[in-house]
Design a protein around this ligand. Structure first.
Ligand SMILES: NC(=O)c1ccc[n+]([C@@H]2O[C@H](COP(=O)([O-])OP(=O)(O)OC[C@H]3O[C@@H](n4cnc5c(N)ncnc54)[C@H](OP(=O)(O)O)[C@@H]3O)[C@@H](O)[C@H]2O)c1
Length: 333
């Protein structure tokens, strides 16, 4: 298994900028928290209105993240938006309408982003698993020309989380890192960023047996099979442990005395810190050179893409916890 090569093909022909925007659209919705059975494809959802700082995107591709099913299961119900909810954080598509305070983006721009700035606090009622979605300009970036829409859709939430975690940890050239969950959406980008953007002295990462070669292809100097080895018992310790699995106690044993554990799954005690991504299109813009020169590659799960009609199957698959990289939804009608 290896990182998906970037494709030159760009399915812009699936949408023509300037086309009339309908009043109603197809979207996946749920009106109660629960398992995948709450999901329903609705063909009469109103196309969202845009605010002054937003653009309306014709969605070409979307991607699922664990937060989508945790949200659907009601983990964040105290701070969620009202029903009916259209799920979906990650989007890639074409701008079809701009608000009066939008400064740079214009109709016809091919964009991508994570549409929720604070992912757990009042996430949008109308997400990206729909024909159209309304997004603040600041959360978006221009899609790299060498990425097709499905590959672009898989990047934002995962790569922004990987990047923000490394920044918060003060990661820099010459430091070593252990990435727990290296084959997942976030972990696969943490490996690539640490190696190819920051210039890590050493990158180690964990996965099950069948994914070890993939970790190396992403840039890991050594790959640890967690089904056979206890990484926390290895003599080598790391400047940073990026924990994308939720292994607080073990992670703390693998970090150097003056090192730091980045935790994204649940609260941890020092030297660890937990954070929730603050999505920002500027992260994507900053990383654009590395995406365009091929140093950072998309990693789309080989079972992907799931067509729009198969969103339930895509959720069921993601919820196994075994996806390799991103679960993409494409095409979207
Ligand atoms: N705080 C935040 O802002 C934030 C942002 C993004 C994600 N998250 C959270 O971070 C977690 C990871 O997200 P994700 O998108 O990367 O998930 P994901 O893509 O669904 O992760 C799936 C991968 O996890 C690996 N995995 C599972 N158990 C493992 C273990 N014990 N050791 C090593 N690898 C293991 C699997 O590899 P194997 O099949 O080889 O086990 C699989 O490839 C989720 O809980 C998500 O909700 C938090």
């Amino acid at each position: 298994m290896s990182a998906v090569p970037q494709s030159a093909s760009s399915p812009t022909e699936t949408f023509t900028a300037g086309a009339k925007i309908p009043l109603k659209m197809k979207a996946w919705v749920y009106e109660d928290f629960g398992d995948v059975n709450v999901l329903r494809l609705d063909e009469t959802v109103s196309v969202p209105e845009i605010r002054d700082d937003q653009v309306l995107i014709k969605v070409i591709a979307a991607a699922l993240n664990p937060v989508d099913y945790k949200r659907r299961q009601g983990w964040f119900k105290a701070t969620d938006s009202p029903f009916p909810i259209v799920p979906g954080y990650d989007v890639a598509g074409v701008v079809v309408k701009v608000g009066s305070k939008v400064k740079i983006l214009k109709e016809g721009d091919e964009v991508y982003g994570d549409i929720n700035e604070a992912g757990l606090n009042n996430p949008k009622q109308f997400g990206s698993l729909a024909e159209y979605t309304a997004v603040e300009e600041k959360l978006l970036a221009i899609k790299p020309a060498n990425f097709d829409f499905p590959s672009a859709a898989g990047l934002p939430l995962a790569i922004e989380t990987a990047y923000e975690g490394l920044e918060r940890a003060g990661f820099s050239s010459g430091k070593s890192i252990l990435v727990l969950g290296g084959a997942g959406g976030v972990g696969s980008h943490a490996i690539q960023l640490a190696k190819h953007v920051y210039g890590a002295s050493k990158v180690a990462a964990t996965s099950s047996t069948g994914k070890l070669e993939l970790l190396k292809s992403l840039g890991a100097d050594f790959a640890i099979d967690y089904t056979k080895e206890n990484f926390e018992e290895l003599p080598e310790k790391f400047d940073v442990v990026y924990d994308a699995v939720g292994l607080e106690e073990k992670a703390a044993k693998a970090v150097k005395e003056d090192g730091v554990v980045v935790a994204i799954v649940g609260p941890v005690s020092p030297p660890g810190f937990f954070f929730v991504l603050t999505a920002d299109g500027a992260y994507l813009t900053k990383l654009a050179p590395f995406l365009e020169n091929g140093k950072i590659k998309p990693l789309n799960d080989p079972k992907s893409p799931f067509p729009f009609s198969k969103v339930v199957d895509a959720f069921i698959y993601l919820e196994t916890g075994r996806a390799t990289g991103k679960v993409i939804i494409f095409p979207i009608p």
